[in-house]
Ligand binder design. Structure first.
Ligand SMILES: [Zn+2]
Length: 445
């Protein structure tokens, strides 16, 4: 049991408050009490005391769409002409990369790097989407071990796809089913859900099989939806239906399903997403990077769709991402009034509600009974800060390097900018070694 005291606490949650001289009592994996520092110190003299020195204390950031496996692409040169479309980006880079991930070390170190970087920029929870077609069976266990070693809350899945033939498609379904069963009914830091790549690499037969398996397991899906226009064209060609319509016809959508991107969706698609209660995940930086367009964010909000924000492997930093989410709609809609409230809600309200669909206790809020997933920032506001204007401080004042302390599930992962359990230099050096061999595999692929 320990007490974080003398902090400026932003509780977030439905009853968002800012508590000056606030304290948080942490007992095991959860928050037990939130209140005044002197009062809690007097009542719990036995609790270890952590001095926050008027720093800002808030819930850790949550990333609702990530690809931990994408790390080794960093700085990698690609053969041939640059990819000129989203489809070519997939074929020239990602499909090759996931096929070359074929050792335990490849998977473990490519995951550890962004997990560590995430801790350093305040990311306490990740919903990941994994692919390693060179090593499918047991790959989620390797990822689980990395997430446990790092100590980061994670929801894992394997991206089922028919792009490498029937055997690997079968293996990816098997891996999802095995892992979901393993994690089921465990009140655990790491959870499982069912991964699907995207409509454009999934046959009718595979979608039917996945739906049957997921129904038996009581789980939803984590799937890319209409990210590039190619996905829509493929779906129209295969079925005469748009992507959302096609996935819905196979029972893939619903309250437990994360529909990632939804860039190329029309009014009828948005209607289906709304009526099925599907969660939509916005990844602004990734969409810009791939040149696929911008999702109709304001329409999602107008229709009341639960829309979260993820990074899609582009960055481990949620602060970086939310700043882009804030500014992009202003450009897209040619309107300086939009973007502020939507980006605030995605990061602070919707991502927490989305995690809430996977965990038993509240995540992303500082209140008694919630998981103790907390960050402390060296942020000393130069202008008044309160529960109503805090997001202006987030956008214009907060930076990754201000994250001083990161706590997940009550475990202190970083304190005073120092990782408490992981030797970062050692992990990065080992990652270099593994990445070098990996690049050789890619060059010959
Ligand atoms: Zn993605």
């Amino acid at each position: 049991m320990y007490l974080i005291g003398n902090g400026v606490i932003l509780t977030s949650g439905d009853d968002n408050r800012l508590i000056n001289d606030g304290a948080i009592l942490i007992d095991g994996e959860c928050i037990r009490e939130v209140g005044d520092t002197q009062e809690l110190k007097t009542r719990y003299p036995e609790a270890e005391y952590i001095e926050a020195w008027h720093r800002l204390v808030m819930p850790g950031f949550l990333n609702t769409h990530m690809h931990l496996y994408s790390t080794f692409s960093r700085g990698m040169a690609l053969k041939g002409e640059p990819a000129k479309s989203f489809k070519e980006i997939l074929e020239k880079l990602w499909f090759k990369l996931d096929r070359c991930l074929d050792t335990e070390e490849d998977i473990y170190y490519s995951a550890m790097v962004p997990l560590i970087e995430g801790i350093k920029c305040g990311t306490t929870g990740i919903i990941d989407h994994h692919a390693s077609f060179g090593l499918v069976d047991g790959s989620l266990d390797i990822l689980e071990r990395a997430a446990e070693d790092a100590g980061v809350r994670s929801v894992l899945c394997y991206e089922t796809s028919d792009r490498w033939g029937k055997d690997l498609s079968d293996a990816s379904i098997r891996e999802n089913v095995r892992f979901i069963k393993k994690k089921k009914d465990m009140n655990d830091l790491i959870k499982g859900t069912f991964g699907l790549h995207a409509s454009l690499t999934l046959s009718d037969e595979t979608l039917t099989r996945c739906r049957t398996e997921a129904e038996t397991l009581g789980t939803g899906f984590h799937v890319h939806v209409a990210e590039g226009i190619e996905d829509v064209e493929d779906s129209m060609g295969k079925s005469g239906m748009r992507v959302v319509e096609r996935l819905n016809s196979f029972g893939i959508l619903g309250e437990k399903t994360l529909a990632v991107h939804c860039v190329h969706v029309d009014d009828s698609d948005i209607e289906i997403l709304k009526n099925t209660g599907t969660m939509v995940i916005h990844n602004p930086e990734s969409n810009m990077n791939n040149g696929v367009g911008a999702a109709p964010l304001l329409e999602f909000f107008k229709r009341g769709i639960l829309t979260g924000i993820g990074t899609d492997g582009y960055t481990p930093s949620m602060l970086e991402s939310v700043k882009t989410a804030y500014i992009l709609p202003k450009l897209v809609y040619r309107d300086p009034r939009v973007g502020f409230e939507e980006s605030r809600r995605m990061l602070f309200e919707n991502n927490r509600k989305i995690f809430g669909r996977f965990y038993d206790r509240p995540v992303g809020v500082i209140e008694p009974g919630a998981y103790a997933d907390i960050i402390i920032l060296d942020y000393y506001p130069p202008t008044p800060l309160d529960a109503n204007n805090y997001f202006g401080h987030v956008i214009f004042g907060m930076r990754d390097n201000q994250v001083n302390t990161t706590i997940v599930n009550g475990r202190i992962l970083m304190r005073n900018h120092e990782l408490t359990e992981i030797d970062e230099e050692k992990v990065m050096a080992k990652s270099q070694e593994v990445a070098k061999k990996f690049w050789e595999k890619m060059a010959n692929a």
